[in-house]
Design a protein around this ligand. Structure first.
Ligand code: KG4
Ligand code: ZN
Length: 339
C-alpha cells in the first residue's frame, strides 16, 4: 500500500497556511503566510481584510507547500481543513478551497477543529502518542482546558469567560503603547520590569472551577495607568512604570494559566500536559510550566514555535479521523463559534 499524503489548509484568522503530511503523521511541508503587516496599522485583525488576503494568498501558499514537500496534487490522497472556530469570512475561503480540491481530486475531505488541532500540534511534535492528557490552548482567540481522553475525544473542562490570554496580551500592549501583535512586545518590555511591582487580580485562582477571566486584569492595568474609574486613555508611560506594568501583567497571566492547569491535572489524575497556541511562545510561561510539571511529576509537551502559532501542519489531527473514516460531508460548512 502506498503512503497516503494529506494536504491541509488553515485560514481561520490572519495566517494563510497549507501543509503536506503523511499518514504517519510526518510533516513534509508547513507553509505560513502571515498577515501581521496588513493588520498592524489597525491595532488588531480586521476580518474583511483577512478574508480578502486569504483569497489572494491561498493558492500560492498551497503551491509552495506542494513544492517544498516534493508532492504533486495527484499524489494527495486526502484533504484536511480547519472549518471551526474562527472568523467566518476567513474560514469560508479555506473551506471552499478544500471542498473544491476534494471534489476535483476525488479524495476524502476531513474537517478539523482548529482549537483541538493546537493540542494535536504537541502530538505531532512529540512523534509519539501523548493521549490521554490535559490539553491547554492559549492563543489570541482561545483559552481552553480539555481532558483529552484520546486524539478524537476532547472533553472541555473550562475556558475563558471573556478575553483570551493572547487577546489580553494584545489589549494590554495597546494600553501600554507597545504596538501589535502584543504578546512578544509585552514580553520584551517585561524583561526590564519587576513582576511584583504592581498588584493585579488573578481571577478564580482559589476556586475549583477551571475557567478563566482576563478582562478584569486588563481593566486593572488601565486603571493603574489612567487612575481608578477613569476609562480614558492616559498619556504615554515612562520607562520603569511601563516595564513594571508589563512584567506584573505577564506574571498574573502566567500564575493563572499554570494554577488552572495544575488543578485540571489534579482533578482528572492525568500525568501529561500538552500546551498549544501562540501564547506558549512566552518564555516566562514556558519556564513556569516546566517548573510546575517537574514538581508534580507530570510530562510536559510544548510544540516548537512554528507549530504553536497558527499553521496547517497541526491539522494532522485529520490522520486520526481518516483512520476511522470520519469524512466530512461534501457540503461542509464553516462554523465561526462552536455552540
Ligand atoms: O495561536 P495564535 O497564533 O493565533 C490564534 O489562533 O489566535 O496566537 C496569537 C496570539 C496573539 O494574541 C499574540 O499576542 C500571542 O499569541 N503571543 C504571545 C507571544 N507570542 C504570541 N503572547 C505572549 N507572549 C508571547 N511571546
Ligand atoms: Zn489558533
Amino acid at each position: 500500500m502506498p503512503v497516503t499524503n494529506f494536504l491541509a489548509i488553515e485560514t481561520s484568522c490572519d495566517e494563510t497556511a497549507a501543509a503536506v503530511f503523511t499518514e504517519e503523521p510526518r510533516v513534509l511541508a508547513n507553509v505560513v503566510a502571515s498577515q501581521t503587516d496588513l493588520h498592524a496599522r489597525f491595532g488588531g485583525v480586521v476580518p474583511e481584510v483577512a478574508a480578502r488576503a486569504h483569497l489572494q494568498r491561498l493558492l500560492p501558499v498551497i503551491d509552495e507547500a506542494l513544492r517544498q514537500a516534493g508532492v504533486s496534487l495527484d499524489q494527495i490522497g486526502c484533504i484536511a481543513v480547519h472549518n471551526t472556530p474562527g472568523l467566518i469570512g476567513a474560514l469560508l475561503v479555506g473551506v471552499s478551497a478544500a471542498k473544491m480540491l476534494a471534489i476535483a481530486l476525488d479524495v476524502p475531505l476531513v474537517a478539523v477543529n482548529h482549537v483541538h488541532a493546537h493540542v494535536y500540534a504537541c502530538r505531532l511534535a512529540a512523534g509519539r502518542d501523548i493521549f490521554p492528557c490535559i490539553g491547554l490552548v492559549v492563543s489570541g482567540g482561545h483559552t481552553t482546558l480539555f481532558h483529552c481522553h484520546s486524539a478524537l475525544r476532547f472533553e472541555r473542562l473550562g475556558g475563558t469567560l471573556d478575553d483570551a490570554a493572547g487577546e489580553a496580551f494584545d489589549k494590554v500592549a495597546a494600553l501600554l503603547g507597545l504596538g501589535f501583535p502584543g504578546g512578544p512586545a509585552v514580553e520584551r518590555e517585561a524583561l526590564a520590569g519587576d513582576a511584583h511591582a504592581v498588584k493585579l487580580p488573578r481571577s478564580f485562582l482559589h476556586e475549583q472551577r477551571l475557567d478563566f477571566s482576563f478582562s478584569g486584569l486588563k481593566t486593572a492595568v488601565l486603571y493603574s495607568i489612567a487612575g481608578q474609574g477613569n476609562p480614558r486613555p492616559a498619556p504615554p508611560l515612562a520607562g520603569e512604570m511601563r516595564a513594571n506594568l508589563a512584567a506584573s501583567f505577564q506574571q498574573a497571566v502566567v500564575d493563572v494559566l499554570v494554577a488552572k492547569s495544575r488543578q485540571a491535572l489534579e482533578q482528572t489524575g492525568m500525568t501529561r500536559l500538552a500546551v498549544g497556541g501562540g501564547v506558549i511562545a512566552n518564555k516566562s510561561l514556558r519556564t513556569a510550566f516546566e517548573a510546575m510539571t517537574r514538581l508534580a511529576g507530570v510530562e510536559l509537551f510544548i510544540p516548537p514555535m512554528s507549530m504553536c502559532t497558527d499553521n496547517a501542519a497541526m491539522a494532522a489531527l485529520a490522520v486520526e479521523k481518516w483512520r476511522v473514516q470520519q469524512w466530512a460531508p461534501a457540503d461542509l460548512d464553516a462554523v465561526a463559534v462552536l455552540t
